[in-house]
Design a protein around this ligand. Structure first.
Ligand SMILES: CC(C)(COP(=O)(O)OP(=O)(O)OC[C@H]1O[C@@H](n2cnc3c(N)ncnc32)[C@H](O)[C@@H]1OP(=O)(O)O)[C@@H](O)C(=O)NCCC(=O)NCCS
Length: 168
């Protein structure tokens, strides 16, 4: 069980709900280049679907669709699965920072605080994937301690899988 409020000391973190869809839509709409690599472009319906989407074999008990707030404004969205693809591993399905707040360290702070929290609770790895060709994502994850583990193909595009192993 992940304590969402304890994930960050820098931002107020809580689970997002349908009541937040408008704010999530605003944040996502500002990141047009992400959807060039990962189409289709965001819609309110796709956000609603993403909030409920689960990887194979997982139930909603293990899914956390999290918002990080800065002075009451949604600054970032994180989709996190506890125990996927196996116990001790957390999977980031989606991570996006408000375009107006990017390149100021917001994303790095959130991910490093997340990894610290997970490591202290016995997780040994965080996994994720980005769309091949999304250089912004690639540089961000490599800068934040992730290493490429291989190429994967999903229905719409080629993905690069990566992992951050948690060491003391
Ligand atoms: C990737 C993302 C989460 C980074 O958030 P952020 O708050 O800007 O990140 P930080 O300020 O902590 O780090 C900035 C780093 O991101 C990378 N980066 C940011 N913008 C970039 C760009 N236009 N081109 C290449 N790298 C870029 C760089 O590594 C940069 O560090 P550097 O300037 O020292 O090289 C944010 O840009 C975003 O939400 N992008 C759209 C969604 C996305 O691609 N998410 C990842 C999906 S897998």
């Amino acid at each position: 069980m992940i304590d969402i409020k304890a994930l960050s000391k820098s931002y107020a973190s809580r689970l997002l709900s349908d009541a937040d869809i408008e704010d999530i839509f605003r944040l996502c709409s500002g990141n047009e280049q992400y959807y060039i690599h990962m189409p289709p472009f965001v819609s309110r319906e796709s956000i609603e679907a993403d909030m409920r989407a689960l990887p194979p074999g997982m139930t909603s008990d293990y899914k956390y669709y999290i918002g990080y707030f800065n002075g009451g404004r949604l600054a970032a969205v994180l989709d996190l699965i506890d125990g996927y693809p196996e116990k001790g591993v957390a999977y980031i399905g989606f991570f996006m920072v408000d375009a107006a707040m990017q390149s100021c360290g917001v994303g790095s702070v959130i991910i490093n605080e997340l990894c610290k929290y997970l490591y202290e609770r016995g997780f040994y790895s965080v996994k994720l994937a980005w769309a091949d060709g999304n250089n912004q994502a690639e540089r961000f994850w490599l800068k934040n301690g992730f290493s490429k583990t291989g190429a994967v193909k999903n229905d719409d595009c080629a993905l690069i899988a990566a992992e951050r192993r948690m060491n003391p």
